[in-house]
Design a protein around this ligand. Structure first.
Ligand code: GRE
Ligand code: ZN
Length: 326
């Protein structure tokens, strides 16, 4: 399918590049990986052209800003990444758009930076890499907490989606993974951490307070669609402090969109489609952590109708991000 739109697609600036290194494989791979993630031009456009991806919304790699302990530095690096991205996107506005990186260490500064990026640069949302650290390494602040209420009001007023992207749990809190470092990141820990954060949001009341919020998660829903029925089923018997006005699953289905990033599995896709419906499911690749060709070849052959393919591969993204595309 031509004209696919992808939007969990990452770029780096030199200051955040090292965060991506452990995921890039051996040293030869690292060289080409660096070239790919730093490029917002020819290399990326060639991959897009070869794989029928017409348009890409770019975001900073993980964990980057969310792992910076010093708030002033987090603000500075966010601005630097966003300025750079805006400059590059402006060279190819018919192929690229941007998501803002946000210094969530300071909710007011994050709201201010998002506003700047949307108003001055035409960014179409933000992508944040999970909980934020702040001040000390052993810290993990989740965004369902009351300190973020004003931030969410600004997101809601700007009417732009918020992409909740995975990060690795910090060492001080990773005891259950001891002896099994392979479990910590993308094979399992990313989904465990991101799904926990998403479910906290659903159970926090933030969607009653901010009914227009749109959250996006990747990797075919970070395991949640598979378990959504059971979560609500068990909470009937064991609510344990759940204060939501509605069953948790309703908040998830009303406020979350899910992408195919990095999860190119027919059975998982079918489950997501059944649970979420075709309006809430959207194509993405997760380049350069994934190959665009793996994402595109799988999606182009996925067991759905051409009409659904166009909806999930393109039209849903145009609508969600109000893209000026046909
Ligand atoms: C991602 O951005 O989703 C990602 C990483 C690192 C490894 C794997 C992965 O940032 O999917
Ligand atoms: Zn990603």
């Amino acid at each position: 399918m031509d004209g696919k739109i992808a939007f969990e697609e990452h770029m780096s600036i030199p200051e955040t590049l090292e965060d991506a290194k452990m995921f890039a494989g051996g040293s030869a791979d690292w060289k080409s990986f660096q070239e790919e993630i730093l490029d917002i031009g020819e290399i990326r456009l060639n991959h897009m052209d070869e794989n029928g991806i017409g348009f890409t919304i770019l975001s900073l790699n993980a964990p980057a800003v969310q792992a910076i302990l010093d708030t002033d530095e987090a603000i500075l690096i966010s601005k630097k990444a966003n300025d750079h991205l805006a400059e590059q996107v402006a060279k190819n506005p018919d192929r690229f758009a941007g998501f803002a990186a946000l210094p969530m260490q300071d909710p007011d500064a994050a709201a201010e930076e998002l506003t700047r990026c949307v108003k001055d640069f035409g960014f179409v949302g933000s992508l944040v890499n999970g909980f934020t650290q702040k001040d000390v390494p052993d810290s993990a602040i989740y965004f369902d907490t009351p300190d973020y209420s004003d931030f969410w009001s600004v997101v809601e007023d700007l009417d732009v989606p918020f992409y909740l992207h995975p990060r690795t749990q910090i060492p001080a809190r990773a005891q259950p993974y001891e002896g099994h470092p392979w479990l910590l990141s993308s094979p399992w820990g990313f989904a465990r951490e991101t799904s926990l954060h998403a479910l906290r949001m659903c159970g926090s009341g933030m969607f009653d307070k901010h009914p227009k919020l749109k959250i996006v998660i990747g990797h075919m829903g970070e395991h949640i669609p598979y378990d959504l029925w059971r979560i609500d089923a068990r909470m009937r018997f064991s609510p344990r402090g759940y204060t939501g006005k509605r069953p948790l699953g309703e908040y998830f289905l009303d406020h979350f969109h899910v992408t195919t990033s990095g999860n190119f599995s027919d059975p998982t896709f079918k489950c997501c489609l059944e649970v979420l419906g075709p309006d809430r499911l959207l194509f993405s690749a997760d380049y350069p952590f994934e190959r665009m060709s793996d994402a595109a070849e799988w999606f182009d052959a996925a067991p759905i109708s051409d009409a659904e393919k166009k909806q999930i591969g393109r039209d849903n993204a145009i609508k969600l991000f109000k893209l000026d595309l046909d």
